[in-house]
Design a protein. Structure first.
Length: 379
């Protein structure tokens, strides 16, 4: 926090406080990081800003959030940086770096085609509460045309410390929320299994015993119909337990949870699942996104078991730039339109949008259904 004490200009100190207050602390992580980049860029009057989020190896970038470059320019530039050149030097140093002219810096690696020209550079780490580096703020080209000053460096360093604390709080809120949901799901699953299913079995046995006596054909038919309905109800409840049971702890890897889920579908619900998953995906996906993609897959699979009459399901989990992509295809009966899918598909779409993604469904009667569910992997 020493950077705060070196700021002597009251106006600039006030600007720093205003920038910290402008951070959207209650937003999801993706929106929060965008807010941090925008505030840091404005704080020192930079033309361009970026936040590079470190990968789990601590030496490369898992994500790169930019400000000052529009979507068209980003698309023309192509692949986002992974931590080479001056960006990599900031990662290795783990403390601020100022460069007056990037073209003459010995660590430069050049810009890709269609990249806007940049000259002045200021890189500052974003440090979370335990002292580790979450990522780095990168600012280029002061609007005044002058190099970034020592006071600019102090301002952004102080802002980076404050932003790290806000990121910590956002991650903690997400963890507590997910933990509370998991505990409630486990309690509900236990109650359904231990109480409701046992009572339904008891009712079914009583009805079967009644069938052994002398009954009119119409009464016997009604009892058999009731037994069929009971069996369907028990199947539905087992499917519901599957949806809410076995909530894995954060200590389990995403790969383990996805594999366990597909195995569980085959063993408990009788649908064959073929899984294809990107190796090392755990290192590329934030904890909250990992939690929600497991829940999304569980909901998709339970919808398949309930409605599709499928015998086989193909699951593909991959990464496309900053997006986690879940593809699930079944060979079931299909349906006429996504609107026919009911609340389950609306829930999936809502969950995806909450994480900066979307959900698309392609289905045709007699030809199965394909669901493409996406989410920002850093959220």
């Amino acid at each position: 926090m020493m950077a705060f004490h070196r700021i002597k200009d009251p106006a600039r100190l006030h600007a720093l406080i205003d920038a910290i207050l402008l951070i959207e602390a209650d937003a999801n992580l993706t929106t929060l990081l965008k807010s941090i980049v925008e505030s840091a860029t404005s704080l020192v009057g930079a033309r361009y800003g970026a936040l590079g989020v470190l990968a789990s190896d601590g030496t490369s970038l898992a994500s790169f959030i930019t400000h000052g470059i529009d979507d068209r320019q980003r698309a023309q530039i192509g692949e986002l940086p992974r931590g080479g050149g001056v960006l990599g030097e900031t990662i290795r140093l783990a403390h601020p770096l100022r460069v007056e002219d990037l073209a003459t810096h010995p660590g430069r690696s050049g810009f890709p085609a269609n990249h806007p020209p940049m000259k002045q550079f200021l890189g500052v780490p974003v440090i979370v509460e335990d002292g580790t580096v979450f990522g780095n703020l990168y600012l280029t080209d002061h609007l005044s045309g002058e190099p970034f000053s020592a006071e600019d460096e102090d301002l952004v360093a102080g802002f980076g410390r404050a932003a790290g604390l806000v990121i910590d709080q956002a991650k903690l809120r997400s963890h507590v929320r997910d933990l509370s949901i998991a505990e409630e799901r486990e309690r509900l699953a236990r109650d359904l299994h231990d109480t409701v299913i046992q009572r339904l079995f008891g009712v079914g046995l009583s009805l079967q015993l009644a069938l052994s006596g002398f009954l009119e054909d119409s009464v016997r038919e009604r009892i058999n119909t009731s037994l069929d309905e009971l069996n369907e109800t028990i199947h539905d409840i087992r499917t519901t337990i599957f949806e809410i049971d076995q909530e894995r702890s954060d200590a389990d890897s995403l790969e383990d949870r996805i594999e366990s889920l597909t195995i569980e579908v085959a063993s408990r619900l009788g649908v064959q699942v073929q899984l294809k998953m990107l190796a090392g995906i755990d290192d590329l996906v934030a904890a909250r996104c990992a939690q929600h993609v497991v829940q999304a897959l569980r909901e998709i699979l339970s919808n398949i078991v309930r409605h599709s009459q499928a015998g086989r399901v193909d699951v593909d989990l991959s990464i496309d730039e900053n997006m986690l992509v879940l593809m699930v295809k079944d060979d079931g009966v299909g349906f006429a339109s996504a609107a026919s899918g009911g609340r389950g598909l609306h829930n999936l779409a809502s969950r995806a949008r909450d994480l900066g993604g979307d959900c698309y469904v392609d289905s045709e009667i007699g030809h199965g259904t394909q669901v493409r569910w996406t989410a920002n992997r850093l959220d």
